[in-house]
Design a protein around this ligand. Structure first.
Ligand code: HEM
Length: 290
């Protein structure tokens, strides 16, 4: 039996409407989880925990500066020698560096794409923004993030690559490089301002990490605030202490027990003895300062 199409009622309206937003292509598991907002939040929270771990360990390691040039140098050597005789020198350190870089990329990418998602979202049904609840730290998250990123680039150029110190930079002598760098007042101010921004970022980041991981029962709000505030304060006090101690002359080179750049450590590795050798003999990838 021949079928006849139902009669079309002409309402005078156009029915073929293009979709508002094209659906993104579904990626395979586990990348498809990352395509959702909740997946991105998880990725941001987990990479944030890793980065936070690095910042805490880095700050504690830097406390060796209070002991002296030899002790901080030995700490750097110990990092390069991680794995003992079981792995080539600097192998584990490079593995950790790669992990750190990976977490950094994930953290920035998830933050960027989440903020794009929320900008695109239709908030016509949303109530007025509650700026009392969205406190100072959360509103400044978009500022403190880029400040910390710029600071990190400055910091690597300063103490890892020795770009600004020129001839004063001595590869392998961490103590000397820190003193040379932070005894300049503008540089000390950059370190202080950036580390205040980092503390604000860590406070809010830790607070919202609990939210992202679903650990946000109001019963634990005081504990959440305590952990977030405690971590931010610990890192702030530790990191601000270095530029302040150098400026105050508490960390200085007046009574060095060894000449600049000359160390004889248990590992048998000695750092080059002449200042400014960063240009004369660029280090092999694994030999850069830890
Ligand atoms: C005032 C506080 C800080 C001091 C005194 C300090 C000191 C140093 C020094 C001396 C180095 C070079 C180590 C070497 O040459 O062997 C270094 C490397 C580094 N710092 Fe910091 N740092 C501070 C804060 C930070 C913060 C807050 C971050 C992250 C946001 C950070 C991230 C790094 C990274 C990623 C490296 C390279 C590590 C590597 O090459 O394995 N630092 N820091």
């Amino acid at each position: 039996m021949a079928q006849t199409a139902p009669p079309r009622i002409d309402t005078g309206q156009q029915h073929e409407v293009a979709p508002v937003r094209r659906r993104p292509r579904q990626l395979p598991w586990p990348l498809n989880i990352y395509q959702s907002a909740i997946g991105k939040k998880y990725a941001m929270a987990i990479s944030g925990i890793g980065l936070l771990g690095f910042v805490v360990v880095h700050m504690i390691g830097n406390l060796h500066l209070y002991e002296g040039p030899v002790q901080v140098h030995e700490y750097g050597e110990a990092l390069r020698d991680l794995g003992g005789h079981l792995a080539p020198r600097t192998f584990l350190l490079w593995l950790m560096r790669l992990g750190l870089m990976g977490m950094f990329v994930i953290h920035i990418h998830s933050a960027y794409s989440l903020s794009r998602m929320s900008l695109k979202a239709d908030d016509s049904y949303a109530g007025k923004r509650n700026y009392i609840a969205a406190d100072f730290a959360s509103r400044t998250m978009r500022w403190t993030g880029p400040i910390v990123l710029l600071y990190l680039l400055f910091h690597l150029a300063d103490l890892t690559w020795g770009w600004w110190l020129g001839d004063e930079y001595v590869r392998g002598d961490i103590y000397h490089n820190v003193v040379e760098s932070m005894s300049s007042l503008p540089v000390a101010i950059i370190y202080i301002v950036a580390n205040v921004a980092l503390a604000v970022h860590i406070f809010h980041g830790t607070w919202s990490m609990f939210q992202s991981l679903g650990l946000n029962n109001p019963k634990f709000n005081d504990l959440r605030r305590g952990i977030a505030g405690g971590l931010a304060a610990l890192i702030l006090i530790g990191n601000l202490s270095f530029p302040i101690a150098v400026q105050a002359g508490l960390i200085n080179e007046d009574n060095r027990s060894v000449p600049v750049g000359e160390f004889n450590t248990d590992s048998g590795h000695t750092a080059p003895a002449t200042p400014g050798n960063n240009t004369a003999a660029p280090a092999a990838p694994g030999e850069s300062n830890a």
